[in-house]
Write a protein of this length. Structure first.
Length: 404
């Protein structure tokens, strides 16, 4: 099958049975700067308004987002469960779709499974599983469903365009970058070049070398800008904040920066996955200490369960990332609404109530034992008082009356 592509503009044609099918002759010329070659053949046009609901992205940025998504452990688990090809094979197929997409919007991807399978050297079933895998992650959206058979009018149009062997038409898809995958935000831009364009013998490097000879400034971890040492949080607070960020990475988002996971090699501890970019985790630690969540017996899972139940009861919907001014403030506002300022965790409250009941029972038993001991000491006096009462008030004999 020929490799065909389309224009993002929906064109209404006359004399065509299906209004979604357009020809290259009826399309407007390509936009300036577009490097996509236009194939010869029939291409399906999406329904008007379809692209308005799909965020646009550049293909190179999309490839970088796919690489980031494949590094998430949950995505790797899903890939193995769906029996999708390896990571390198998925990236090879993604490069073909990125090359066929519009370089400004990432749309108009009209490449058949047969073409991609021939390019990567795999069967069409493998390509179909990759497409379903990317669609499930939200990285690819189908805008117009392809067909395996064309009508007589469409075959006639394909012959007029030179595609005499075309018997089917490929689906039209769009590349997009979701906000997050399994709670992990995806980068919206491509990689940054780590090398500097400044030459070794440039005046800028010489100026920086002269400045480097001056006495260094004190490190921020030794002395802050305000003159006070940087605060160090307790290990349990840092551990609690780390678990909370792993469950809700959106807490580290800011209006200008988005965090991402990075694999680092820690000496003596092996390889670890840490969050880089975005808000510092110290802000989360400060909020955890301010609300005294650990002192009140709350854990991350209990807080998430309570927030989920509270949102269902109060009918509070989770806002979109673009609608939140500060995700960290919104989250702890919701925590304050759900569990209050002084409410303890259910398990901790149950432990405290059980301890109070045990203390009260012990006090009652102690009072009963004291009363019993006092009665034992006064037993002789009590028996003498009872005997005196019997002597003073003797018991009268009961007279039995005959039954009449």
């Amino acid at each position: 099958m020929h490799r065909v592509q389309q224009s993002p503009v929906l064109i209404q044609k006359r004399g065509v049975s299906d209004p979604r099918v357009s020809t290259n002759a009826d399309r407007p010329p390509a936009q300036p700067g577009s490097r996509r070659p236009r194939g010869r053949g029939l291409v399906l046009e999406p329904v008007e308004g379809t692209y308005a609901r799909i965020p646009a992205c550049r293909p190179d940025h999309w490839l970088h987002a796919v690489e980031a998504a494949l590094s998430v452990p949950e995505v790797e688990t899903l890939r193995r469960r769906l029996r999708v090809a390896g990571r390198s094979t998925v990236l090879r197929a993604c490069r073909i779709w990125a090359a066929a997409a519009d370089r400004r919007t990432g749309r108009d991807v009209a490449v058949s499974h047969q073409t991609v399978a021939a390019a990567i050297g795999y069967a069409e079933a493998t390509v179909k599983r990759i497409v379903r895998f990317l669609s499930r992650l939200g990285l690819m959206v189908e805008c117009a469903r392809g067909r395996n058979r064309l009508s007589m009018d469409e075959l006639h149009q394909a012959r007029q365009l030179g595609a005499t062997q075309q018997r089917a038409v490929a689906s039209t898809r769009a590349l997009t970058i979701p906000h997050s995958v399994y709670g992990t935000p995806l980068p919206l831009t491509g990689k940054v070049n780590g090398s500097t364009p400044v030459k070794k013998n440039s005046p800028t490097r010489a100026l920086r070398a002269r400045k480097a000879e001056a006495s260094p400034r004190p490190a921020l971890n030794e002395r802050g800008r305000s003159g006070s040492p940087q605060r160090r949080y307790r290990p349990e607070v840092a551990r609690f904040a780390g678990q909370l960020v792993n469950a809700l990475p959106r807490l580290l988002w800011t209006s200008t920066k988005q965090p991402h996971r990075t694999v680092v090699n820690v000496p003596g501890h092996g390889v670890e996955v840490v969050w880089t970019g975005g808000r510092h985790i110290g802000h989360v630690c400060e909020a955890v200490e301010r609300h005294q969540l650990i002192e009140r017996g709350w854990t991350v899972q209990r807080i998430l369960d309570r927030l989920s139940a509270f949102r269902v009861e109060s009918r509070i919907t989770e806002p979109e990332p673009g609608e939140l001014r500060d995700a960290l403030d919104w989250f702890f506002w919701l925590v304050q609404r759900a569990i209050g300022k002084t409410d303890r965790a259910p398990q901790m409250q149950a432990t405290i109530d059980a301890a109070e009941r045990a203390t009260e029972a012990a006090a009652r038993r102690a009072a009963a034992d004291e009363l019993r001991a006092r009665l034992d000491e006064q037993q002789d006096e009590i028996q003498a008082a009872i005997a005196a009462m019997h002597e003073q008030f003797p018991r009268r004999p009961k007279v039995r009356r005959p039954y009449v």
